[in-house]
Design a protein around this ligand. Structure first.
Ligand code: PEP
Ligand code: MN
Length: 344
């Protein structure tokens, strides 16, 4: 249920309602807009419906939220949200998802070794990328494939952050690692395979660390929004949604990038939306055109994989951009961003 307060409602009016909501065993979420305050009430719909919310002083209107996702919906929060990333003191410029600026996240699929990561971090910085991303813990289809460097990888990421001042994002696979990663990383990625790992979603939701939530290989847009709701329901509002391609019958590409997911997600939710054309296509030569399409369709950012020597990559080599191709993509994105009234 959403309670829209009158323009002239006072703090006392608000506090009176909040106290009652708590007394009824329901949860309240206050949104302070530029014009008026809105209170979202969450809990048993049957209990809420029977309460005389309209009767309270300062209340203008009470509306039900019809969508199954509440906190992530635009009904609930009409203004677009911004998610700020870069809490670590070594970060020079915080990245803001959901603003006018299109945010580019880039890095190698995995942290393979110290030298390569530092080298790629500099490449990201020099080409204008805003965040460095690399996996220390890797979810691999085969148990015999490279699983990531683990804690050693995190140490290299920390060094890369100190060297470049870029915020770092890395994937969390295990709820037991959430506390550590929420401390060390500036943003945690929940990968496609874990989009419906509800224990993990709740665990990252109990932190304040921004979460990059990727759409599952075979999940609907509504399911992605429900997973974001899991995170937000635990108190963490810092969620960025990522379209990374879904599995279809098409074989030329690793997945099919669902461009229509961008405007649908932007319409349904106030959360920022980014696109990963690397996993979305699986081929380096398709990354730039799909990145351009994503920005043209209204994405708030793009996430791509890069590698100095893709033939020797320990994971996802075929989709990795060489540094000079990454720089080329950045120039292409700059023009598209300008054409749609944004900057890079
Ligand atoms: C990744 O980002 O490297 C990754 C494994 O992605 P996804 O979860 O989208 O497959
Ligand atoms: Mn990858």
């Amino acid at each position: 249920m959403i309670i829209v307060m009158r323009k002239d409602a006072t703090e006392d009016d608000l506090n009176q309602i909040l106290a009652k909501i708590r007394e009824w065993g329901l949860k309240a979420n206050v949104i302070r807009g530029s014009e008026r305050m809105v209170v979202g009430v969450i809990g048993d719909e049957a209990v809420i419906r029977n309460k005389p919310l309209e009767a309270f002083p300062g209340v203008e209107q009470v509306m039900p939220v019809l969508k199954p996702y509440k906190l992530v919906s635009r009904e609930w929060h009409p203004e677009s949200s911004e998610v700020v990333v870069g809490k670590n003191h070594a970060v020079k410029d915080k990245a803001v998802f959901g603003g006018r600026r299109v945010v580019v996240v880039a890095g190698p699929c995995s942290v393979e070794n110290r030298g390569m990561l530092l080298d790629m971090a500099k490449t990201v910085r020099e080409a204008g990328g805003r965040l460095l991303r690399a996996g220390a813990f890797k979810p691999r289809t085969s148990p015999y494939a490279f699983q990531g460097l683990g804690l050693e990888g995190l140490r290299h990421l920390d060094e890369a952050r100190r060297l470049t001042g870029l915020p770092i994002v890395t994937e969390v696979l295990d709820p037991r690692d959430v506390e550590l990663l929420a401390e060390t990383a500036d943003m945690m990625q929940v990968g496609a395979r874990n989009m419906q790992n509800f224990i993990l979603l709740k665990a990252v939701g109990r932190t304040e660390c921004p979460v990059l939530l990727k759409r599952g290989l075979a999940n609907t847009i509504e399911e992605l929004l429900m997973s974001a709701e899991y995170i937000m329901s635990q108190g963490n509002p810092n969620v960025v949604l990522c379209e990374r391609g879904i599995r279809t019958f098409e074989k030329f590409t690793r997945n099919t990038v669902d461009i229509s997911a961008i405007p649908v997600l932007k319409r349904e939710s106030h959360l920022p939306v980014i696109v990963d054309p690397s996993h979305g296509t699986g081929h380096w030569d398709l990354v730039e055109p799909l990145a351009m399409a994503a920005v043209a369709a209204g994405a708030d950012g793009v996430m791509v994989e890069i590698h100095p020597n893709p033939e020797e990559a320990l994971s996802d080599g075929p989709q990795a951009l060489l540094p000079e191709r990454f720089a080329h993509m950045m120039r292409a994105l700059e023009s598209v961003a300008r054409a749609v009234g944004r900057t890079l």
